[in-house]
Design a protein. Sequence first.
Length: 255
Amino acid sequence: MTVYTCSPDLASILTCIYEAWNSRLGYRNVRLMTEPVGNLELFCDYCHVEPDTEKAASVTRSIQKKIGAAAWRLVYLCAMSERSDAPDVIYRFLLYGFSYGKDTLHMLQEPAVFHAFEVSRQVTNEAHSFREFIRFANISSGFPILVSHISPKANVLTLVAPHFSDRLPSENWMILDDNRQLAVVHPADRPFYLTRLSPDEIERLSLTESTSDPYEELWKGFFTAIAIKERSNPDCQRTHLPLHYRDHMPEFKNL
């Protein structure tokens, strides 16, 4: 068994798929996974794959041409899950995709196809939740800007940013992914962009959560005002709003 390993970013995953496919070893004899690799298995050869933009672009074009745009979005969502088995999930899906084309998207009876849909749905659900649970703080220090911190399990920044770009087009705002040191930056009346933050920027921006903002008090007041003590049901609340979403929500601070 040959195990191809790569970084969890999209370009590395697509390059890893290219190398596994091009090896001609057969799908039964290869497995793909992201790094870091945990316990090494006996009788397995591990092959690290460096990202290559040309190879990644080649895989992208093949998916869009032979399977379609919907399949490419499915592959993208699976990659954004950053699961250790995400490259292998995508690879197994593409084995069917390149054989059956667009019909693959209807072949949910096949475990490889169903698994890809399951992983993509998990990412989509998390992105949908963050569209509802993101809270902005107004930071005014000569240059007003709305800042929000999130700590998602999947890399959902590029999935939630279009929602706020559409609804806050004339505002300066940032959404920071504290887990990945990434940020979406939206200058007023301009397109948003994705950037990686330096350690100094992360340290400075982490202070924004301790900044006083009158809107936070409004959130807390609203949260308290609509609550009905006699109907309090924490278990049901955790079902609709899991605990890991609450770290950056002002209405749950000091409760």
